[in-house]
Ligand binder design. Structure first.
Ligand code: NAI
Length: 253
């Protein structure tokens, strides 16, 4: 058990990649707090992970995060690992992106990282091997069409990790980003629905559109992302910081 008694917070832990990461960290002995907006969904997942709890918060709201992190500390002690995973991925041609959609995407995918990292910072700096892992995207490393706010927010997320890695390089705290390609979760299910309804293409054609960037021609699995997150969180990964690691079947960035 390489993460025995380490308290790990995973935002968006009630589904998809977040749940997979929570399971991987718990399997190494970490105590998990799953953050999300719906208590029932969080409780359902937490019940399947030994020692995990679900705490509701809207990651775009600093007061909500402060309250949730206080509840998390009361249950599991100081935070040793922060996994910024919550995110949204709206799609639209750039000319039709509304100001509301732009702001909501920035608030969830970027502002929330500022709130969560700052709220957890004192604990993370006091920890023997503090860790921040942000689930960014290949869209943080290159451009894609029809998803400009997402691409911009994920580039910002990687920039923040690089800034924190530099600022705290003299401490044991590391900050890294994971950059999955299209991964088999609700976000991709929604994207496939959007493509089929807007273009009349079949689900198979929509899936092929999404996997065409990946030389392996398949979706990434949440467990593959979780394995990388676990590795970054282990005490032996202390020299890996400020990185943006593609998990994308060899897609060239
Ligand atoms: P998902 O939709 O299952 O997970 C997103 C989670 O974020 C959900 O649990 C949702 O409730 C939570 N969330 C959204 N807004 C929130 C808010 N304001 N406050 C609290 N929680 C909030 O989808 P998935 O794929 O597991 O996404 C996880 C992360 O992985 C996201 O950051 C996404 O951008 C990223 N990602 C996903 C890829 C994919 O193809 N599925 C590829 C690359 C990155």
């Amino acid at each position: 058990m390489r993460l025995s008694n380490v308290h790990a917070i995973v935002t968006g832990g009630g589904s998809g990649i977040g749940t997979a990461i929570a399971r991987a960290l718990a399997a190494e002995g970490a105590w998990l707090t799953l953050i999300g907006r719906r208590q029932e969904a969080l409780d359902a997942v937490a019940a399947t992970i030994p020692g995990a709890i679900g705490v509701t918060a809207d990651v775009t709201d600093r007061a909500s995060i402060d309250t949730a992190f206080a509840a998390a500390r009361a249950a599991h002690g100081p935070i040793g690992i922060l996994v910024n995973n919550a995110g949204i991925a709206p799609t639209a041609p750039f000319a039709k992106v509304t100001a509301e959609s732009w702001r909501a995407t920035m608030a969830t995918n970027l502002d929330a990282l500022f709130h969560c990292c700052q709220a957890a910072l004192p604990d993370l700096l006091a920890a023997p091997a503090g860790r921040i892992v942000t689930v960014a995207s290949t869209a943080g490393l290159k451009g894609y069409g029809y998803t400009a706010p997402y691409v911009a927010s994920k580039h910002g997320a990687i920039g923040l990790m690089r800034a924190l890695a530099t600022e705290f390089a003299a401490t044991p705290l590391t900050a890294n980003a994971l950059c999955p390609g299209f991964t088999d979760t609700d976000i991709v299910a929604t994207a496939i629905q959007t493509i089929t309804s807007r273009t009349g293409r079949t689900e198979a054609e929509a899936l092929a559109e999404l996997t065409r960037h990946n030389p392996q021609k398949r979706l990434i699995t949440p467990d593959e992302v979780a394995e990388a997150a676990l590795w970054l969180c282990l005490p032996g990964s202390g020299s890996v910081t400020g990185q943006a690691i593609p998990i994308a079947g060899g897609e060239v960035m």
